[in-house]
Design a protein around this ligand. Structure first.
Ligand code: KIV
Ligand code: ZN
Length: 388
C-alpha cells in the first residue's frame, strides 16, 4: 500500500527570499495559480512581517485561492504571529508556520538564550498561533544540528501546545541521509499520531532530495520543497525531483503525492520567466537537456525503443513535443508540427515535401535532428517565396 505524502511548496517564501528570485505580488499570484494547478497541498506564500510585499502576497493568495491551505511564516514572537494571522484572514484553511532555532550554535550566538527560554517561547508562540487558527506548524530551525533529546523535548512541547505539524529542517544542508533518516525516525516514533512530521532540506551538499527521501522512508509525511529547487544559498529540495522519484520508482518508494506531474515543466518555465535564472540545462526533470539524447549510441537505442535510454515519458512531466529531438523514424506529421512550432505554420504541400526530403537525408546522417537544423531547412524551402 502506498502512503500519501503532503507537498508543502515554499517557492514563494524560501525560494523567493534567495538572491535573484524576488517576485512582485502579481508575479506571486501568477505562480500561485500554477502551484494550485500543479496540486500542491500547502502553499507557503510568504513571511508577512518581513515586508509589506510579503504581507500583501500572503493576503492576495489567501483571497484568490481561499480554498487552499495557505501558510505564512512567523518567528516565535507576538508581532510576527499577529502579522501572519492578519495576512491569512481571507484563507479558509490558514496555517501559521512559526519557527525558532533550537541548536546550541543558534542559541549561543544568535539568541544568547538558554534552552529553557527557547522552549518557553516556542510553547507560548504555538499557543498564541492556535488562538488564530487550528492549523499550526512549528519548525525547529537547524533541527539536524540540535541535540536530539532537546529536539524531542521541544517537539513534544510544541505538539502539546497545539502544533499539528512538526517540521525538522536541515537548515544548513549539513546532514547525510542515514543520519537524517535516523533523526526523523526517532521523532516520528516519539510523536506518534499526534502530529505530522515534516522535513525541509537545503542543498548545500547536494543532498536535499536524498535527505528528504530518507526522511520519508523514516516516517515523515510532509516535504517542504520548491520548483527548480530554488531557495536560500544552494536551494531547497526540488519539488519536481522528489515527486518524480515517487512516481518512477513505486517499487522502492511506495509513496504518492497529489501532484499533477504534467504541469511540472510549465511550472518550471513560468518560474524561470519571473526570476533571474532558470534550471541548469542538465537539471533532472525540467532542464533543457533532461530528455535530449545526443550520443549516437543513445540516439540509436532510443529511436529503436525509447525505454533503452528513457526512464520517464517527457509527456508525463509536460515537456512539449517540440522540445524533443526528431529522428529518422519521425513522420511527416511530426515534422509538419515541428515546423509550425518553429514559426513555419503555413508550409505548402511542395514546401513540406521538400522539407521532409531534406529532413530525412539529414536524419540518416545525424540520427537526432535538432530544432536549429529543422528551422534551417524551413528557411531554405521557403526562401523562394515571392513576397508582395
Ligand atoms: O531552512 C529553514 O530552517 C527554514 C525554516 C524557516 C523552516 O526555512
Ligand atoms: Zn529553509
Amino acid at each position: 500500500m502506498s502512503q500519501r505524502v503532503y507537498i508543502f511548496d515554499t517557492t514563494l517564501r524560501d525560494g523567493e527570499q534567495s538572491p535573484g528570485c524576488s517576485m512582485t505580488v502579481s508575479e506571486k499570484l501568477k505562480m500561485a495559480a500554477k502551484l494550485v494547478d500543479l496540486g500542491v497541498d500547502i502553499l507557503e506564500a510568504g513571511f508577512p512581517i518581513a515586508s509589506q510585499g510579503d504581507f500583501e502576497a500572503v493576503e492576495a493568495v489567501s483571497k484568490e485561492y481561499h480554498w487552499m491551505q495557505v501558510a505564512a511564516l512567523a518567528r516565535c514572537t507576538k508581532l510576527d504571529i499577529e502579522r501572519a494571522a492578519e495576512a491569512l484572514k481571507s484563507a479558509r484553511r490558514p496555517r501559521i508556520h512559526t519557527f525558532m532555532a533550537t541548536s546550541d550554535i543558534h542559541l549561543k550566538y544568535k539568541f544568547k538564550k538558554s534552552r529553557e527560554q527557547v522552549l518557553e517561547e516556542v510553547v507560548n508562540s504555538v499557543r498564541l498561533a492556535r488562538e488564530y487558527c487550528d492549523d499550526v506548524e512549528f519548525s525547529a530551525e537547524d533541527a539536524s544540528r540540535t541535540d536530539a533529546d532537546y529536539l524531542e523535548q521541544v517537539s513534544r512541547a510544541a505538539v502539546e501546545a497545539g502544533a499539528r505539524t512538526i517540521n525538522l529542517p536541515d537548515t544548513v544542508g549539513y546532514s547525510v541521509p542515514d543520519e537524517y533518516g535516523a533523526l526523523i525516525g526517532r521523532m516520528v516514533k516519539a510523536l506518534g499520531d499526534s502530529a505530522v512530521v515534516s522535513v525541509h532540506c537545503h542543498d548545500d551538499l547536494g543532498l536535499a532530495v536524498a535527505n528528504s527521501l530518507a526522511a520519508v522512508e523514516a516516517g515523515a509525511r510532509q516535504i517542504e520543497c520548491t520548483i527548480n529547487g530554488i531557495g536560500e544559498r544552494a536551494g531547497n529540495c526540488s519539488l519536481e525531483e522528489i515527486v518524480m522519484i515517487f512516481k518512477t520508482r513505486p517499487d522502492k518508494m511506495p509513496f504518492t503525492t497529489g501532484i499533477h506531474t504534467e504541469h511540472l515543466y510549465s511550472a518550471s518555465q513560468l518560474l524561470s520567466s519571473m526570476i533571474t535564472f532558470g534550471p541548469q540545462p542538465n537539471k533532472a526533470i525540467v532542464g533543457e537537456n533532461a530528455f535530449a539524447h545526443e550520443a549516437g549510441i543513445h540516439q540509436d537505442g532510443y529511436l529503436k525503443e525509447k525505454s533503452t535510454y528513457e526512464i520517464i515519458d517527457p509527456k508525463s512531466v509536460g515537456v512539449p513535443a517540440g522540445k524533443l529531438v526528431l529522428g529518422k523514424h519521425s513522420g511527416r506529421h511530426a515534422l509538419k508540427q515541428r515546423c509550425a512550432d518553429l514559426g513555419f505554420p503555413d508550409l505548402t504541400k511542395e514546401e513540406l515535401d521538400a522539407a521532409y526530403q531534406g529532413f530525412c537525408a539529414l536524419a540518416d546522417r545525424v540520427k537526432g535532428v535538432r530544432n536549429d537544423a529543422i528551422a534551417a531547412i524551413c528557411r531554405e524551402v521557403t526562401a523562394s517565396r515571392v513576397t508582395a
